[in-house]
Design a protein around this ligand. Structure first.
Ligand code: GLN
Length: 198
């Protein structure tokens, strides 16, 4: 059984755990180094990227996490998790750090402060079908390297289109919250990446 960790420092940990268990994973909530070292894949949940960033350092998890990501640990980051996986943040706070797993620049709170939360019908590019997505103070991908595959895009308030789901190697990031839905395709993709890594 695939053993997936959900980083449990802050954010919507429980929803990811439920979704992962529904697709057959064994789940551990990760707060300690020994737990991080033990998992086959990791989810970085939505929440507040600046808080998770600080707690990663306070809990002494950051260096090992960067190393494991660099070594190809399959990972899924949603919303704040997408921000943490990026190489650069626009609109971050002073001193905010990221993990640099996906060569992309993300814009924090990109859809505007007034767009607190939105339900959007996306096209999931890997199979061309629709995906119902929930955005909560979400980022979008402002720029990315050619090696980043775009899995879905969404329209901003000004009509411009931006990637909101991407994949780079064994890292997946979504600006929306796939854990708040009945659609398990994103979490299934993470388990597929674990199988490919074996
Ligand atoms: N705006 C939040 C941040 O910057 C992300 C919101 C979310 O994860 N729902 O971290």
């Amino acid at each position: 059984m695939t053993h997936v960790g959900v980083l449990a420092l802050q954010g919507d940990v429980r929803e990811h755990q439920v979704m992962l268990e529904s697709v057959g994973a064994r789940v551990t909530r990760v707060r300690r180094l020994s737990e991080l070292e033990d998992v086959d894949a990791l989810v970085i949940p939505g929440g507040e990227s600046t808080t998770i960033d600080k707690l990663l350092r306070a809990f002494d998890l950051r260096d090992t996490l960067v190393e494991r990501l660099h070594a190809g640990l399959p990972v899924l980051g949603s919303c704040a998790g997408m921000i943490l996986l990026s190489t650069e943040v626009i609109g971050g706070i002073e001193g905010q750090q990221t993990l640099g797993a996906i060569p992309m620049t993300v814009r924090r709170n990109a859809f505007g402060r007034q767009v607190d939360s939105a339900e959007v019908e996306l096209v999931w590019e890997p199979d061309g079908s629709g995906m119902h997505a929930t955005f909560i103070r979400a980022p979008w991908v402002e720029a990315h390297s050619a090696s980043v595959e775009v899995l879905a895009t969404a329209e901003g308030p000004d009509g411009s289109r931006h990637p909101v789901a991407v994949r780079h190697g064994r890292a997946i990031a979504t600006a929306f919250h796939p854990e708040i839905s009945s659609d398990a395709r994103v979490h299934s993709l993470l388990l597929q990446l674990v199988d490919e890594a074996r």
